[in-house]
Design a protein around this ligand. Sequence first.
Ligand code: AP5
Ligand code: MG
Length: 192
Amino acid sequence: MRIVLLGPPGSGKGTQAALLVKLLGVPHISTGALLRDAAYRGTELGLKAKALSDKGELVPDSDMAGILEERLSQQDVVNGFILDGYPRNLTQAETLTAVLDRLKLPVEEAILIDIDAEQIIQRIAKRAQKEGRTDDTEETVRNRLRVYTEQTEPVADYYKERGLLTRVLGDGTVDEIFQRIRSILSLGTVSA
Ligand code: AP5
Ligand code: MG
C-alpha cells in the first residue's frame, strides 16, 4: 500500500505511521525524521534544515526533492510505503507525482488527519517536555501552523481532485484514530 499521511504539525502523522508500518510491514518515510537525522550527523544540508526547522520554516523544495528521490530509489519501497511530511506544498506534490509515476508506484491513498490548533499546541507542549525537539517551542509551533495553513493545506485539494483524499478526525485516543484509518484502508477493525 502506498499512502501519504497529511495533517498539521502534531496531528499524529508519526504516531499513526508507526502503527501502520507494524501492520503492513512497509517502510515509514518521514522527511522530518530524515532531516533530523542529517542534522544529528552534522551534514551541510542537515544543519541548514535545522536552522529553518527551528524557525518553523520549510526547507527549500530543491533540497527536499533530492532527499525524496534518494529515499524512493531504495528497493524497499516497491512493496509500499507510508510517506509522512511530504508533500508540503503544491510544488512538492507535483514532484512526488512525477517521481512515483516514473517508478510506476503512484500514491493510492492520501489520508489527512484533521485536528484543531488548541489540541495541537497541547500535544506538542507535552512532547517538548518528553523529547526536547528543538522546533517544539510555542513560538515555532505557531509558525509551523501558519506555514501549514498557507502552504500545505492546498495539497489536500490536490489529492481531492485526483480522488485520493480521505479526511480522518484526529480527535480521540491513538487507537481510535488508528481504527478510523484502518477502516478507510479496509483493513478491518481488530485492535493492533
Ligand atoms: P515534521 O517532522 O514532518 O513535523 P510536523 O509536520 O510539524 O509534524 P510533527 O512530527 O510535529 O507531528 P506529527 O503529525 O508527526 O504528530 P506526532 O505523531 O508526533 O517536520 C519538521 C520540520 O522539518 C518542518 O517544520 C520543516 O522545517 C522540515 N520539513 C520536513 N519535511 C519537509 C518537507 N517535505 N519540505 C520542507 N520542509 C520539511 O504526535 C504529536 C504528539 O502528540 C506526540 O507526542 C504524540 O505522542 C502525541 N499524540 C499523537 N496522537 C495522539 C492522540 N491521539 N492523543 C494524544 N496525544 C497524541
Ligand atoms: Mg512527525
